[in-house]
Design a protein around this ligand. Structure first.
Ligand code: GLN
Length: 220
């Protein structure tokens, strides 16, 4: 199963690493035709306006078709691109998620922060999770078909509608792998697209072996 990471700009490499650690085969997507080779796509953080410029009209249309049929996960700028209503300033979205999202709603770069939020599983089970926010957008409206899968304070910070997921934080920058695991689970189990249960059940963080390997690599 090949998973693409949109690699036009932004922090695509952290997503590549995380997905590979979880056993996925990753394709860095730099050309629209590469979308034909993959089963799912991650749209990383970066600058959503720049993504739009780099995609161009044809790239945008091809991406829109893709997100209409294949699982897609957007983080931060990626979440902004997936929305159907973008504020501050108004901006075109792919319309894959029925949400209104406000760019840079928590302040500028200097206000970026690491906070603790909650993952919510279908049965309203909650568990704490570290969240890295970088010039994050805020989800201001959630449509009736959108499931909130994570919150921070009273804000929804990760949502899902069918096969499309988005987070306003950066799970690729924390050790906790549950959000990416949930996305892989969504790709591997088309059945889950219509269900709400069990998206986050499973192992909660990097295996001990991977952690040891990381430490070993960090030594030099
Ligand atoms: N502020 C950026 C935007 O509006 C998103 C920031 C991010 O992706 N870390 O696109």
């Amino acid at each position: 199963m090949k998973i693409g990471v949109l690699a036009l700009q932004g922090d695509f490499d952290a997503h590549r690493k995380r997905l590979e650690e979880l056993g996925a085969e990753v394709v860095l997507v730099k050309k629209p035709e590469q979308l034909d080779e993959i089963e799912g796509l991650v749209i990383p953080g970066g600058e959503s306006g720049t993504f739009l410029k780099l995609l161009g009209e044809a790239g945008f249309e091809k991406l829109k078709q893709f997100v209409g049929v294949k699982p897609t996960f957007g983080t931060c700028a990626g979440a902004i691109l997936l929305a159907n209503e973008v504020e501050n300033p108004k901006q075109t979205g792919l319309g894959a998620l029925d949400i209104r999202i406000r760019r840079n709603a928590y302040g500028r770069q200097i206000d970026s922060s690491i906070r603790q939020g909650k993952l919510i599983d279908g049965k309203s089970d909650e568990s704490p999770i570290e969240m890295v926010f970088i010039r994050a957008p805020r989800i201001e409206r959630v449509g009736p078909d959108v499931e909130v899968i994570a919150t921070e304070g009273s804000d929804p910070v990760a949502v899902r509608q069918g096969r499309v997921m988005a987070a306003t934080f950066h799970p690729e920058l924390s050790d906790d792998t549950r959000v990416h695991q949930a996305f892989l689970k969504l790709i591997g189990n088309p059945r889950l697209v219509d269900e709400t249960l069990g998206l986050f059940s499973g192992k909660s963080s990097l295996s001990a072996e991977l952690k040891r390997e990381r430490r070993r690599k960090d030594k030099w």
